[in-house]
Design a binder for this molecule. Structure first.
Ligand SMILES: Cc1ncc(COP(=O)(O)O)c(C=O)c1O
Length: 377
């Protein structure tokens, strides 16, 4: 009998109010499609000869310049074109780093709870996932202890020029998925110090940074790994994507990292044989940035998510029992709801889906051990 693949990233049906994931809402998805078509025509007049070629491994020079300008404007901090590497989205960036810089049985430390889909990426490469408890400020109160205890075990492999790190710390430091939390600036320094002491690579999944509800973008952990520090050893990368600020369907993202890391990706068989990981779309997005489309869609997402978040948290605070705690995110897509003992998220979800056609994610998905009963959206 023929077998078929059952997709998990399907859009919710229009009669369901879905609080489940970071999808673009319908109006923005349509707008992005129109802008993408305009940008394609613009790109064809500028780059017809080269836009459908393989493209340089690290990405088209003009695109990386446009992206660096866009990010510098949006982060209000300098981003260098030479520290950018084109990927096919944030998931691809994590996948590249996991497969090219690490080996099966290497340790990856993740926050508990953490973005659940990334577990599958790490598992796919045989990485040893270790969850680290968080407190209201996020990681790393327990991080050093956990790292020290794991590093005390005999190494499973020697460090080499192409796999120079002992392990990875995977973080969503800003507007965390699923808790919405931000790591404090003091914690930035602590986590970098731990990474330097233990020779770990911090992978910051910076996919929500530009979706802030305040008047200024948050500072990135990446900018704290200062090159002039005497113990600097290139311990941080920032993983970005257009998925949350323009469109996930275009599958375009970037890794911002020091040369030491980018060189290892550029010299991989994948890059040497295939060139740029998404050249044509990156050329089109260079046009989209130059036409101002990405600045305006980022601005629109920011404003819309801020008002969506207010609407949802207002209703939750008004309608849910007092013992239920509702987070107050300052940006991003996620609200974390903590239920008191005896209230079970799965039961509430079943009832909401049946009675009200409302869906959300159950918190247990985001932890490696099944020990909490939180709900998130
Ligand atoms: C933390 C985090 N990383 C990565 C992704 C996926 O990004 P992309 O579509 O660029 O692969 C998501 C999407 O929800 C996410 O929340």
């Amino acid at each position: 009998m023929a077998q078929s693949i059952v997709p998990t990233l399907v859009l919710p049906s229009p009669d369901v109010v879905s609080l489940k994931g970071g999808f673009p809402y319908a109006e923005m998805a349509k707008k992005a499609a129109q802008l993408f078509c305009n940008a394609t025509s613009h790109c064809a007049t500028r780059q017809l000869q080269t836009m459908t070629q393989y493209g340089p491994e690290n990405g088209d020079e003009y695109f990386r310049k446009m992206l660096a300008d866009f990010l510098s404007r949006q982060y209000q901090a300098y981003v260098l074109a030479d520290e950018l590497y084109v990927t096919a989205g944030a998931t691809h960036g994590i996948s590249l780093i996991s497969s090219l810089l690490f080996e099966a049985r290497d340790n990856v430390y993740v926050e508990d709870p953490s973005y659940f889909r990334v577990f599958k990426v790490f598992e796919g490469y045989g990485l040893n996932i270790i969850s680290v408890p968080t407190d209201p400020e996020g990681i790393p109160s327990a991080l050093e202890e956990t790292v020290t205890s794991h590093n005390a075990k005999p190494a499973t492999r020697p460090l080499t020029e192409t796999k120079p790190y002992k392990g990875m710390i995977y973080l969503v430091p800003t507007f965390h998925n699923p808790t919405g939390k931000c790591l404090s600036l003091d914690r930035y320094k602590e986590v970098i110090a731990i990474a330097r002491r233990h020779n770990l690579l911090i992978v910051c999944d910076d996919v929500y940074n530009l979706l802030y509800f305040t008047d200024k973008p948050p500072t990135r952990l990446y900018s704290y790994d200062t090159k002039s520090d005497p113990d600097y050893a290139a311990n941080v990368v920032s993983n970005g994507t257009f998925s949350k600020i323009f469109s996930p369907g275009i599958r375009l993202g970037w890794i911002e990292a020091p040369y030491k890391v980018l060189k290892l990706i550029a010299e991989s068989g994948l890059a040497v044989s295939g060139g740029c990981f998404n050249h044509t779309v990156s050329c089109i997005m260079a046009s989209a940035i130059s036409l101002g489309y990405v600045d305006s869609s980022t601005e629109e997402y920011r404003a819309a998510l801020k008002s969506h978040c207010k609407a949802v948290t207002d209703v939750f605070r008004r309608e849910l029992p007092k013992e239920v705690q509702v987070s107050q995110p300052m940006g991003g897509c996620y609200v974390w709801v903590s239920l008191p003992d005896g209230m079970e998220a799965q039961r509430i979800l079943d009832e909401c889906s049946k009675e009200y056609k409302i869906s959300f994610q159950v918190g247990n998905k985001y932890v490696l051990c099944d020990d909490v009963f939180n709900t998130v959206m």
